[in-house]
Structures are given as C-alpha cells and as structure tokens.
Write a protein that binds this ligand. Structure first.
Ligand SMILES: NC(=O)c1ccc[n+]([C@@H]2O[C@H](COP(=O)([O-])OP(=O)(O)OC[C@H]3O[C@@H](n4cnc5c(N)ncnc54)[C@H](O)[C@@H]3O)[C@@H](O)[C@H]2O)c1
Length: 254
C-alpha cells in the first residue's frame, strides 16, 4: 500500500501490459488501491486470476483482465479496445511487459531475435497507438514505459533484451513532442534489480547478493512496490509537467 493518496487517480481508467505478476502486478495493485479502474493483459492465466481475486478480496473493484500474448499485436489492440469499451478512455498506459530470458551472442537466430523484439520492444509502440485517440478525447494522458538500468550498467547475458530495453528511451524521447501537443505525457521508468519472485528464483545467487551490495548506494533490496510508487506519481496529476524523461528507481546502482 502506498503512503500517498492521489486524488486524481480515483476512477481513472488505466491499462497495464504484463500486469499478472512481478512489477506489473504491483503496479496493478497500486492503481487499484488508489481507486483507479484497472485493466491488464498477461499470458500467465493463473497468476492473473489470483491477482484479480486478491484485489476483490481486499475490497477493490474487480480489474478487467484478459489472457493476451502481446506478440500478437491484433490481440493487444483488441484487448485495449474491449477494455476501453468497458472502462472508458484510458488516462494512463503502463508498458510493462518484458522477458529477460538469458541467451548468448552465438545462440541467437534471426527468429529468436525477432521474438525478443516482439515481446520487449514492439508492443509498447502499438499499445500507445491504441490508447492515444482516447487520451486525445480526454484532453490529457500519461504513458509510462518500463525501461531498465541493466544495459546502462553493462549487464551481460541478455544482449537482445538489452537492445530492446535501450530502445525504450528512444520511444519516450521520440514521441514526447508529438504527444505533448495534446497534453499527453510520456516517460520512462527504469528499475534497477527488483526482487520479483522470478528474479529470486532464477537469478539471485550469492554473487548476485554481492553485486547488489557492491553497486547499490542504498543497502535495501528493491521491491516491485518501489517501482509502482514512481509509476503512480507519473500517472497522477502530481507529475503534470514531467514528460520526455527517464526516472531511475535503482537504489543508486548506475
Ligand atoms: N525485475 C527487475 O529486476 C527489472 C529490472 C529492470 C527492468 N525491469 C523491467 O520492469 C518490467 C517488469 O519486470 P518484471 O521483472 O516484473 O518482469 P517479469 O518477467 O517478471 O514479468 C513480466 C510479465 O509479463 C508477462 N509476459 C511475459 N511475456 C508475455 C507475453 N508475450 N504476452 C503477455 N504477457 C507476457 C509475464 O507473465 C509477467 O507477468 C519489464 O519491462 C522489465 O524489463 C525489471
């Protein structure tokens, strides 16, 4: 639960990609706690259903959600349209979906490369394209793209993910002027190493613990909730004059 109540987020419709687990789930939960009307898509059906049930059990409105593989742009566009028909025009879009599967330089085929971009790069652009007409009708909007500090700190073992994630800043910078004419803001939120279940299970080992201690300025581990807090600020009117920027939430790593 965030300590701040953002009055402007109450009843606002927001759309989150990859909202079923990890940081996305924390973002969905944080919006629900603010009284926003949340929609999310994810491939993980069980986790998504469990999240929706948890929110309802906690007394929040049932989120709109759908199993949707964002590699299928048509399915993503339909999900935005159907969710918007139910919840109204989206005032905020959070492009969160990603997959940081490991790979070597030698192992990558053109098909694998395209697949990484289809998850980590392409959906954000087309999700923006889908929500912007509604934001124009509202007369405002906030797009938040999840970037990463991983490539900025020369993180290894996922070059295709690094390429895609570095493009997030370009997406933000490349659209800010155009969207700004309609009072639509667009920003990047770049997390450091955040302790989701997936990160703890797959990648956090003794060397990882040492890396965190060596690189972060703050000693505590980043939680999904820490990222959600920055996302809320940028989605709310409190972030009114912030656009075209990258906001790092990395405990001072890079
Ligand atoms: N966790 C970290 O340490 C960290 C660090 C830097 C940046 N980030 C960024 O933050 C965002 C969230 O990270 P995370 O760690 O929660 O990611 P994650 O991999 O744990 O979760 C992403 C969500 O997307 C879903 N998903 C994966 N492929 C999908 C597809 N094809 N279609 C629809 N849904 C799909 C997953 O089921 C999951 O719910 C990402 O953009 C990531 O790049 C995370």
């Amino acid at each position: 639960m965030t300590e701040t109540t953002y009055l402007s987020l109450r009843d606002r419709a927001v759309f989150v990609t990859g909202g079923g687990s990890g940081i996305g789930a924390a973002i969905v939960q944080a919006f629900a706690e603010q009284g926003a009307r949340v929609a999310f898509v994810d491939v993980a059906e069980e986790a998504s259903r469990a999240l929706a049930d948890r929110l309802v059990d906690a007394g929040h409105a049932k989120p709109w959600w759908r199993v949707c593989d964002v590699r299928d742009i048509g399915a993503l566009q339909s999900a935005v349209a159907d969710a918007s028909a139910e919840l109204g025009d989206f005032a905020a879009l959070v492009n969160n979906v990603a997959s940081d599967d490991r790979h070597t330089l030698e192992s990558v085929t053109p098909a694998y490369y395209d697949d990484r971009m289809a998850i980590n790069e392409r959906p954000a652009f087309f999700a923006i394209q889908s929500v912007v007409p509604g934001m124009k009708r509202l007369g405002f909007g906030s797009v938040i793209n999840l970037g990463s500090t991983g490539w900025q700190g020369k993180g290894a073992g996922y070059p295709c993910y690094a390429i895609a994630k570095s493009s997030v800043n370009g997406l933000t910078r490349g659209l800010a002027k155009t969207l700004g004419q309609d009072r639509i803001r667009i920003n990047t939120v770049s997390p450091g190493w955040v302790m989701t279940e997936r990160q703890i299970t797959l990648w956090l080992d003794d060397e990882g613990e040492r890396e965190i201690a060596r690189n972060q300025c703050l000693p505590d581990k980043l939680k999904p909730h820490d990222i959600a807090r920055m996302v809320l600020f940028l989605a709310a009117d409190d972030g009114a004059m912030c656009t075209a920027q990258e906001f790092k939430v990395d405990a001072g790593w890079v």
